[in-house]
Design a protein around this ligand. Structure first.
Ligand SMILES: [Zn+2]
Ligand SMILES: [Zn+2]
Length: 131
């Protein structure tokens, strides 16, 4: 079974995920833009029993527009978010795919909050689209 390591910028916070993700999505919402410093967020979900975390992390909880609590877990030394959890799906862990630093990572299959999409961004992968 494929095993992948997601690591923060300084390397002290590490997450190992076994097997393929159950969902890969990109999100254009403004909160993801602020969190990532990029034009969109991209993340892969794994069931929590397939994920192991080593290292220290700080936690930041924010409530989404839909009223869902999301808790972001990031390295206190370098600030990189390595995983987050969602109150509505407690058995799932989401990992920003950039933390895997793997250009061959499978593409997203769902794109959400396209109403906030930067208009120059062309999406070539085949996926579901949601405003
Ligand atoms: Zn770090
Ligand atoms: Zn978002």
């Amino acid at each position: 079974m494929a095993t992948r390591d997601a690591v923060c910028s300084c390397g002290q916070l590490q997450l190992t995920a076994e097997g393929d993700p159950i969902r890969i999505s990109m999100c254009h919402c403004l909160a993801c833009q602020r969190r990532t410093g990029s034009a969109f967020g991209i993340q892969a979900r794994f069931t929590s029993d397939r994920v192991r975390v080593v290292g220290r992390h700080s936690d930041y909880m924010r409530t989404s527009d839909e009223g869902e609590e999301r808790t972001f877990h990031f390295c206190p030394a370098c600030g990189a978010t390595v995983f987050y959890t969602l109150s509505t799906v407690p058995d799932v862990v989401a990992v920003p795919t950039g933390a895997f630093a793997e250009p061959s990572f499978p593409p997203p299959t769902v794109s959400v909050f396209e109403s906030r999409r930067h208009p120059w961004l062309a999406m070539t992968a085949t996926m579901e689209h949601h405003d």
